[in-house]
Design a binder for this molecule. Structure first.
Ligand SMILES: NC(=O)c1ccc[n+]([C@@H]2O[C@H](COP(=O)([O-])OP(=O)(O)OC[C@H]3O[C@@H](n4cnc5c(N)ncnc54)[C@H](OP(=O)(O)O)[C@@H]3O)[C@@H](O)[C@H]2O)c1
Length: 274
């Protein structure tokens, strides 16, 4: 599956997922379509959308227009916070499929662990998986307390957990738990939307490897075995981010970056939903 440029990871149910993909938050209409078509042309094969992003229709169009075989693309979407509960989640999934113009998605995630309904929503995701309409199911923003809770009632281990994860938000407890439990970690807002590009330690690594800040951070993810989904709507940056797989950070530099943690977040700390 997929292609031989981007390394893949095998999920706990045996299916392959690229370690690098495109996130499509904050892209709308023609811009979203264009970005996905350009990304697929460059060689991206993982597209991460969500009902909340209000661009599922455009992502579906771009996939159709790209000429890339559907089986070669790994498509993720997510359950919106407003659609939790068993029946509501099933209905929301049908709507996402319709908008995306798909019979199935590769991965369906609970977007946030909303307190009211998250257990019932997970049961709905298990049903969707059993029906073969999502090739894998998982969660997002499930830091350790939420994963522990889920393990108490879940019949299936999530295949993926998508969290905010960067050198500056290095959640070692969740990282270790996922590794031990065969849950593939996926990092969102991986390049901190550029905010940490001025970090002097990062700049030093850019000089050493002659790579850009985004490439160093994305390669750090790959070396840790973490799948990552940087967003860009610009061709040059899409290419730059894609090229992050073309070198290898030394193990000691990966370790060094693991020490940057300062609990820095772009998005809300999921703990507010505990
Ligand atoms: N599960 C969740 O709750 C959750 C939360 C947040 C995000 N996500 C997912 O994760 C994806 C990525 O996160 P994100 O969009 O928040 O942040 P990000 O990928 O860290 O950063 C994206 C921003 O950085 C810019 N950028 C991209 N490549 C660049 C480069 N090489 N050099 C300089 N700037 C660059 C983009 O601008 P241009 O577009 O102008 O290039 C955009 O403004 C989202 O699109 C979404 O799919 C999930």
């Amino acid at each position: 599956m997929i292609n031989d440029i981007i390394p893949n990871t095998k999920l706990n149910n045996g299916i392959s997922m690229p370690l690098l993909g495109l996130g499509v938050y904050d892209m709308y209409q023609k811009q979203a379509e264009q970005a996905v078509e350009t990304a697929l042309e460059i060689g991206y094969r993982l597209i991460d959308t969500a009902s909340m992003y209000e661009n599922e229709k455009e992502i579906g169009n771009a996939i159709k227009n790209s000429g890339v075989k559907r089986a070669e693309i790994f498509l993720t979407t997510k359950l919106n916070n407003t659609n939790h509960g068993y029946d509501q989640a099933l209905k929301a999934f049908d709507t996402s499929l319709q908008l995306l113009c798909q019979d199935y998605v590769d991965l369906y995630l609970i977007h946030w662990p909303i307190k009211e309904g998250r257990a019932d929503s997970w049961r709905a995701l298990e049903r969707i998986y059993q029906e073969g309409r999502a090739k894998a199911i998982g969660v997002a923003n499930y830091t350790l307390p939420f994963l522990n809770e889920l393990a108490n009632y879940s019949n299936m281990t999530p295949a993926v957990n998508q969290i905010e994860f960067t050198p500056w938000m290095f959640d070692k407890a969740t990282f270790d738990y996922c590794k031990q439990s065969h849950i593939q970690l996926q990092s969102y807002s991986p390049i901190t939307r550029g905010i940490k590009f001025t970090d002097k330690r990062l700049k030093g690594l850019c000089e050493k490897y002659q790579k850009t800040p985004a490439q160093i951070i994305l390669n750090w993810n790959i070396q840790l075995g973490v799948s990552t989904i940087p967003k860009s709507s610009q061709r040059e940056r899409l290419q730059e981010n894609f090229d992050a797989v073309n070198f290898t950070l030394d193990a000691q530099d990966v370790e060094f970056m693991n020490t940057f943690n300062e609990g820095f977040r772009i998005c809300d700390d999921p703990i507010i939903f505990l």
